[in-house]
Design a protein around this ligand. Structure first.
Ligand SMILES: Cc1cc2nc3c(=O)[nH]c(=O)nc-3n(C[C@H](O)[C@H](O)[C@H](O)COP(=O)(O)OP(=O)(O)OC[C@H]3O[C@@H](n4cnc5c(N)ncnc54)[C@H](O)[C@@H]3O)c2cc1C
Length: 439
C-alpha cells in the first residue's frame, strides 16, 4: 500500500473546496483498506475516500487519512446472462464504459463528463437526462463495502436490499465501497438533434417536450431569449462524430476561448448580457449527429466554473424555469454560464435527490470569480428551490442543512440509523456530513 510521506493538499476540480489530509493512501485491495481503517481507529483519526474530486461541495474533504482507489480500477466479473458487470469501486467512468464496450454492453444513463469514479459518482446521485431512466445509482444492483470495523459487507437486490438502497447514494457516510455491480444494456447508438426555441415557447410546451424523446435536456444562457434543446433517439446509423472536432471543442474552445471569455466577464460583469447574446448566436445552433451513447451524451470538458443544482417533482419544471429567469432579472445578477434543466426517473435509493419521484433537475451555474453576483444568484436560487421542497445535488454547492434535508427525504432517518450501526465512532466524519446528517 503506498502512502505519501509529505501529503499534498486536497483540492477539488473547481477549487471550491480543499483540505489538508494527514496522509494520502492508495490501497490495492479490501485487506489494505481494512488495515487503514483499523490504524485510523487506533490513532483517533478520520478517513475519507476521494474519487476524482469532481464534487463542488466539500463532501470529499478530510483532515484525516484520504484514500484514493486509483489502484482499484479492475473489472472483476462480467455476467453476460444477466447483463451485469462487477468492477472495483475506484474505476473511472470512462474506463468503465470502455470496458463495457468490449463486451457489447453500455450504461444507458451517463452524465456530462466521465472523469468521476463509479463509487464517487453514485455517492452523490450523479445523473444524466432521460425522463424514463433513473440516475446512475439506480443501475447499481450489488456492492461490497468495508465498514468502519474492517468487516466486508455486501448487498444486492437478493440480499440486504436495505443496505443496497442506502448505499446506492451513500454520500461517503457508510464505509469504503470496494466493488460495485451494475445492470447494463446492449451497446447502442444515438441520434442527437439540437434545436433552438424561444424561451416562452419552451415554457408553454414543456410537458410535451419532456415526453418527446428518450433523452431530453435544455440549456438556457441567462439574459438570452432562446433555449437550446437537445433530444436523443436510438438509431442504427453509424457514427459521424469527429475526434478532431471533439478535441477542438474541449482543448481549444472550452479550455481557451470560453475560459478567456469567463475571465474577461468576471472583470467586466456589465458586459455579460451582451457577451451571452453573442455566444448564444455563435454556439446555440441546430445540429444533428450520430454515435455511441457514451460519446453523444457527455459534453466536452467545460471550463472551470461553479454549480448548484436541485431536484424536484417534474410538475414544477415550468415554474422553476420561469422562476429562474425572474430571479435573475429581479436581483439584477449577471450570469455568464448556461443553466441546465434535466429529467430523471424515480429511483429507490434512500438519499437520492430523485428518489421516489419522477424529477426535473435544475442547475444554476456561473463562472469562477463572480463574487457578489455568484453569492446573490445562488442564494436566490436556493430560496426558489426550497420553496418547491427541492433536494440539493450532494456533489454541488448548497447551504441547506440537516433540518431541511430531514424534511425533504422520507428515508433520511433510516439512513442516519444505518450509519449509526455501520459507523458508530464516526470514522468517516467530515464537516460536510456534520452539516447534512448531524454529529
Ligand atoms: C465537469 C463536471 C461535470 C459534472 N457533470 C455531472 C452530471 O452531468 N450529472 C451529475 O449528476 N453530476 C455531475 N457532476 C458532479 C459529479 O458527478 C459528482 O459530484 C460526483 O460525485 C463526483 O465523483 P468523484 O468520483 O469525483 O467523487 P468525489 O467528488 O471525489 O467524492 C464524492 C463522495 O464519494 C465518496 N467516495 C468516493 N469514492 C468512494 C469509495 N470508494 N467509498 C466510499 N466513498 C467514496 C467521497 O468520500 C465523497 O463523499 C459533474 C462534475 C463536474 C466537475
Amino acid at each position: 500500500m503506498s502512502q505519501n510521506p509529505s501529503p499534498p493538499r486536497f483540492q477539488n476540480w473547481a477549487g471550491t473546496a480543499s483540505s489538508q489530509p494527514r496522509a494520502w493512501i492508495a490501497p490495492q485491495n479490501e485487506a489494505e483498506i481494512a488495515d487503514t481503517l483499523s490504524r485510523a481507529g487506533r490513532e483517533g483519526r478520520t478517513v475519507k475516500v476521494v474519487g476524482a474530486g469532481h464534487s463542488w461541495s466539500d463532501i470529499a474533504c478530510s483532515d484525516g487519512y484520504l484514500l484514493q482507489l486509483d489502484r482499484m480500477q479492475r473489472v472483476v466479473r462480467v455476467d453476460h446472462a444477466r447483463q451485469q458487470i462487477t468492477v472495483q469501486a475506484g474505476i473511472r467512468l470512462h474506463r468503465l464504459v470502455a470496458a463495457m464496450a468490449q463486451h457489447g454492453m453500455t450504461l444507458p444513463v451517463i452524465g456530462s463528463v466521465t472523469q468521476q469514479s463509479i463509487a464517487g459518482a453514485i455517492a452523490t446521485g450523479t445523473h444524466g437526462s432521460a425522463p424514463s431512466l433513473g440516475c446512475l445509482s439506480s443501475r447499481v444492483v450489488g456492492l461490497r463495502l468495508v465498514s468502519a470495523d474492517g468487516r466486508v459487507v455486501s448487498a444486492s437486490l437478493d440480499k440486504d436490499r436495505d443496505l443496497l438502497h442506502a448505499a446506492q447514494v451513500h454520500i461517503g457516510a457508510l464505509g469504503v465501497l470496494s466493488e460495485v455491480t451494475l445492470a447494463t444494456v446492449p451497446a447502442f447508438h444515438l441520434r442527437e438533434e439540437q434545436s433552438v426555441q424561444p424561451f416562452d415557447d419552451v415554457l408553454r410546451d414543456l410537458p410535451q417536450i419532456i415526453d418527446s424523446a428518450p433523452y431530453v435536456k435544455l440549456w438556457w444562457l441567462p439574459h438570452c431569449d432562446s433555449i437550446l434543446l437537445s433530444r436523443c433517439y436510438p438509431t442504427t446509423r453509424a457514427s459521424d462524430l469527429s475526434r478532431v472536432s471533439h478535441f477542438l471543442d474541449e482543448k481549444v474552445v472550452n479550455r481557451w476561448l470560453f475560459s478567456g471569455i469567463l475571465r474577461w466577464a468576471s472583470l467586466r460583469p456589465a458586459d455579460i448580457p451582451r457577451v451571452n447574446q453573442v455566444v448564444a448566436a455563435a454556439y446555440f445552433r441546430p445540429r444533428t449527429r450520430h454515435g455511441p451513447n457514451t460519446s453523444v451524451l457527455p459534453v466536452p470538458m467545460p471550463p472551470i466554473h461553479e454549480e448548484t443544482e436541485y431536484a424536484f417533482p417534474r410538475k414544477h419544471a415550468g415554474a422553476a424555469l420561469s422562476g429562474l429567469r425572474d430571479l435573475i432579472a429581479r436581483h439584477r445578477v449577471r450570469i455568464n454560464f448556461p443553466a441546465e434543466l434535466r429529467f430523471v426517473a424515480a429511483d429507490a435509493a434512500w438519499l437520492s435527490p430523485t428518489g421516489g419521484q419522477d424529477s426535473a433537475c435544475l442547475g444554476a451555474y456561473i463562472g469562477c470569480g463572480m463574487g457578489r453576483d455568484r453569492a446573490d444568484y445562488f442564494a436566490a436560487f436556493e430560496e426558489l428551490m426550497t420553496s418547491l421542497s427541492a433536494r440539493p445535488h450532494w456533489g454541488k454547492q448548497f447551504s441547506v442543512g440537516k433540518n431541511y434535508l430531514q424534511r425533504v427525504y422520507p428515508g433520511f432517518d433510516r439512513f442516519v440509523a444505518l450509519r449509526q450501526t455501520l459507523d458508530p465512532q464516526r470514522l468517516f466524519q467530515n464537516d460536510f456530513l456534520r452539516r447534512t446528517l448531524g454529529d
